[in-house]
Design a protein. Structure first.
Lengths: 229, 400
């Protein structure tokens, strides 16, 4: 089984650890597959504008550098740790109301997709790029984390575009995903070093980007595990 | 005035002791390296690596033992649980080096109370060579490590050889404090005891010994209920007439992401060990902390020009000394980080008192009572003391 984490932030957005250190941290811990998913924040809301102001977002301007940096690190990670690194983003539609907010992981993304685009456009562009679409932390979370409930509230409308839902995010478990029998994965939503100890996904497939995406889409041979030291 | 003079004298004594420590580290580090040996005369070695959880830099640490320039050796990674996250890392390292003789042993040995010895027993029983090297999972070594240490063991006709430790890494406050302490007090004390008092002070990060000698002492099993198994093994070797030597080959103890609590926990535990092992000699450790001593007049007498100047002077001298020691050990940190050196010494000074108040330790998820020579006994759960443990536990659970 491949030990995987598909939701990791670096200093490209609001993470506290640099990309190369994140790679080493996961590589040294024996991970098989990880995805770097820094925020792409909408600039059309007050909260979104704050993220832009403090540079907590990947933009169209630095997207190519971001992807190139991930690809360089992916090469190093493969040579040194035999760890697969998938480039991705977390499209973050942030509003004051939790019911309007939504975060979407796009894994294996190639071209920039703006977060202020409509949901339909984001999903269709992601599909064109053959990116994996994951609805992250779709239900109520504990602690000070802001809920992002839009996709869950509109699951009947958008469910067909979503390849998998986060059934667990860091310390939270969303049993509604299991009740609805949606395809699932579990991630850390890594921002700080200690977040490595959290929920993770186990995949029974080849260590290859296409095989990983297929395994998640078909949701066979998928398990979750609480990674503790 | 008499009190101030007393504190001044104690602080001066502390600084003098510290100067001796610095000198002894320099002397050990700059002592002669062994001559290169013909590979034919180097005996094969079994390297035992007890693993438990993910240490910082674990993959690189384990891999550094797969590229050793040595004619014949085996590496045995030992764990207590297949679900231990270190198991996956050990397997990965093994798979990447098919040319090496690497074994991963998972044993559920529960013969003693020391979890590290329990873990090691599984590996010790399958080790096949006459020389045994016990090496912790948080150390990283260079390719010439084994050749140099074995050569030193043979040259000195010793029964056991340990290495000086250098703390490296340090991305968080706890890790920086840990490295500062390893590179000043710990290495200084080990070298001072070795050079001037001729006392073996073995730290289990790296222990190379003849299996036959260890067997003569009862094997690893004889130390299964001792918390400071490294120190006690060294002392038993020494008492049985087998020389114990300190190698000047510095091994790196990699600490990147420690939190402050881990630093405080470790040094409370180590303090308790030294109190139980050294008895009244433990009191000398307070005198070996000049920064803490120089702070006492401020607390007792109050802030005056003299007391404040004394504290600042001592802290500056100690920080410069620590910076120099790190350079000698080739483990320099950013110069600004040495500002933390006096803060670390004050924390260590406060921790010094804890072993006098408590004889229990929490280690690797278990709680023990430590007795004479760090003999372990399980923490009572049904005696009159149990209420205290249960109450604290209940409060902790409540706030978790």
């Amino acid at each position: 089984m491949l030990l995987c984490d598909f939701h990791i932030h670096t200093t490209y957005s609001d993470g506290s650890v640099q990309l190369s250190r994140v790679i080493d941290l996961y590589g040294q811990a024996g991970f098989d597959v990880i995805a770097i998913t820094d925020h792409v924040v909408n600039g059309d809301s007050y909260i979104g504008k704050m993220a832009w102001r403090f540079k907590f977002t990947v933009t169209a301007h630095n997207f190519d550098d971001y992807i190139a940096d991930i690809r360089n690190e992916a090469e190093r990670a493969w040579k040194k740790y035999e760890m697969l690194v998938i480039p991705g983003v977390e499209i973050s539609k942030n509003y004051v109301s939790a019911e309007r907010s939504a975060h979407i992981l796009l894994l294996d993304i190639k071209e920039f997709i703006p977060a202020c685009a409509t949901f339909e456009r984001i999903f269709l562009e992601a599909r064109q790029q053959d990116a994996l679409v994951v609805a992250c932390h779709p239900h109520h979370m504990t602690g000070l984390n802001k809920d992002t409930l839009y996709l869950w509230k509109h699951r009947d409308r958008y469910g067909k575009y979503i390849d998998a839902w986060e059934i667990a995010n860091r310390d939270d478990v969303f049993n509604v995903i299991s009740l609805k029998k949606y395809p699932y994965i579990a991630n850390s939503d890594f921002h700080k070093v200690r977040h490595i100890y959290s929920w993770k996904t186990l995949l029974n497939c080849e260590k290859d980007v296409q095989a990983v995406k297929q395994c998640i889409r078909h949701n066979k041979g998928v398990a979750i595990t609480l990674f503790r030291n | 005035m008499t009190l101030l003079a007393l504190f001044l004298a104690l602080t001066f004594l502390g600084l003098l002791g510290y100067a001796f420590q610095v000198y002894s580290v320099k002397a050990v580090v700059r002592s002669n390296r062994p001559q290169k040996k013909d590979p034919q005369v180097l005996p094969p070695v079994s390297i035992l690596k007890p693993l438990k959880g993910l240490d910082d830099n674990l993959f690189d640490n384990l891999e550094s033992f797969c590229g050793l320039q040595y004619p014949q050796y085996e590496v045995i990674f030992c764990l207590q649980d297949y679900n231990d996250p270190a198991y996956k890392v050990a397997k990965k390292v093994k798979d990447r080096h098919p040319e090496r003789d690497i074994t991963v042993v998972v044993s559920h040995t529960q013969e003693g109370l020391n979890p590290k010895v329990n873990n090691l027993l599984g590996a010790y029983r399958v080790a096949k060579y006459p020389l045994v090297l016990i090496s912790d999972s948080n150390v990283s070594v260079g390719p010439d490590y084994l050749q140099e240490t074995v050569s030193q063991l043979i040259d000195s006709n010793a029964g056991l050889l340990s290495n000086i430790i250098v703390g490296v890494g340090g991305k968080t406050l706890g890790a920086v404090l840990e490295n500062l302490h390893l590179n000043s007090f710990i290495v200084g004390s080990v070298c001072f005891l070795d050079r001037y008092l001729k006392m073996p002070c073995v730290i289990g990060k790296s222990m190379l010994m003849w299996r036959a000698d260890l067997e003569a002492l009862g094997g690893l099993e004889a130390f299964k209920d001792v918390l400071a198994e490294d120190y006690v093994i060294g002392r038993r070797f020494y008492e049985s007439g087998r020389p114990v030597v300190l190698s000047n080959y510095a091994i790196k103890n990699v600490n990147y992401y420690w939190d402050l609590r881990r630093f405080l926990n470790r040094h409370t535990r180590w303090g308790k060990l030294r109190w139980k092992l050294g008895g009244m000699r433990y009191l000398s450790e307070l005198i070996a902390n000049p920064v803490f001593l120089s702070l006492l007049p401020i607390i007792v007498i109050g802030i005056t020009t003299v007391t404040l100047s004394m504290a600042i002077f001592t802290a500056t001298i100690k920080a410069i000394g620590d910076m120099y020691l790190s350079r000698v050990l080739k483990s320099p940190m950013h110069p600004l980080l040495y500002i933390l050196s006096p803060i670390k010494d004050i924390l260590i000074g406060v921790l010094w008192f804890l072993p006098l108040l408590s004889n229990t330790v929490q280690w690797r998820g278990n709680r023990y009572i430590i007795g004479r020579d760090t003999m372990l006994s399980p923490y009572p759960e049904t005696t009159e003391w149990s209420w205290r443990y249960r109450f604290i536990n209940a409060v902790r659970m409540r706030f978790a």
